[in-house]
Design a protein around this ligand. Structure first.
Ligand code: AMP
Ligand code: MG
Length: 289
């Protein structure tokens, strides 16, 4: 087993049934007890990722979809920025999903993300995703009301139905060669407060502060229940969740990098083989030069 595989194993949930959020400590740092050690591993991870991504792109068969979900200030943006810093931008696509537009609300809930799915050979990153449909939409019933679904279809089973649809959608993607990995950045309420205060205190962080975030914080417990239920119902072998301890940014980033490396390694990527026909072409080309 590779170092990446070993490192991420405790945080990988592929059978949601017994998942309980309280069993996962946001402050956990595994066997890594110093920042320098984490930085070294992160560098190693980024270097492997760059190599593997080059092969993914050349091979042009698999697509990789990485989904990030978290409470505010958990470090999604920073993790995406740092972990992907070494990959070729041509092989990578990042989309952030905000409050749906009226055009988006005119469609089914998977529509806007479907059109942003990564192509073969690419790594696609969703900064938030269709999972908001069982998180913010569940925590705030008025958001669901705004979705204009025919009332006869909105019953007490709606969340169960959405989980079922998401599982089916992800299974369909997996069967088409789109590999899905999902990250829940698991932040403690206490650390969120500390980070919000830093956003208020530090002029360079002021821009990150949004009053709406404080409002969401008031629904912390409802969110935790929604996250737990989401993982219980959507963690599968083909589309597992990583519950990433996020009170220490340096640890979050190492785990995310290692999970991506582990995923790419599992695809047994290689450069496309050169067949006899191609070899002939190359030989002819040499002559023409
Ligand atoms: P941010 O990512 O911090 O810029 O915030 C984006 C906001 O959009 C968050 O408050 C999300 O909860 C919200 N959002 C994203 N997707 C949806 C959705 N499908 N329905 C309602 N709100 C959403
Ligand atoms: Mg925000």
């Amino acid at each position: 087993m590779s170092w990446a595989s070993k490192l991420v194993r405790p945080y990988r949930v592929e059978d949601g049934e017994k998942f309980r959020i309280k069993d996962f400590d946001p402050g956990d740092t595994g066997h890594i007890h110093s920042k320098p050690h984490a930085h070294k591993l992160l560098e190693q991870g980024i270097a492997s990722m760059a190599e593997l991504q080059d092969k993914l792109y050349a091979q042009d068969r698999w697509g990789v979809l990485l989904i990030f979900q978290a409470m505010d200030a958990a470090g999604k943006d920073g993790a995406i920025k740092h972990v992907m810093s070494g990959v070729n931008p041509q092989g990578c696509q990042v989309y952030s999903f905000k409050v749906p537009s009226s055009e988006e609300l005119d469609h089914d809930f998977l529509w806007r993300t479907s059109v942003r799915l990564p192509e073969r050979g690419r790594i696609g990153i969703f900064n938030r995703s269709y999972y908001e449909e069982v998180l913010v939409v569940r925590v705030h019933p008025e958001v669901l009301k705004g979705e204009r679904i025919p009332p006869s279809l909105v019953t007490k089973d709606i969340w169960k139905e959405r989980f079922e649809d998401i599982r089916a959608f992800e299974r369909y993607l997996a069967r088409n060669g789109i590999v899905i990995r999902k990250f829940f950045l698991n932040l403690s309420k206490k650390e969120q407060k500390r980070r919000f205060l830093a956003r208020l205190d530090d002029p360079q962080k002021n821009w990150k502060f949004s009053a709406a975030d404080i409002h969401e914080r008031a629904s912390w417990n409802a969110y935790m229940e929604a996250y737990q239920d989401m993982i219980v119902h959507t963690a599968t072998e083909t589309a597992p969740w990583y519950v990433v301890p996020s009170d220490n940014k340096w640890f979050t980033r190492v785990i995310v990098a290692a999970a991506i490396v582990d995923t790419l390694e599992s695809l047994r990527l290689g450069y496309p083989e050169v067949n006899a026909q191609k070899r002939k072409e190359l030989k002819a080309a040499r002559k023409l030069l």
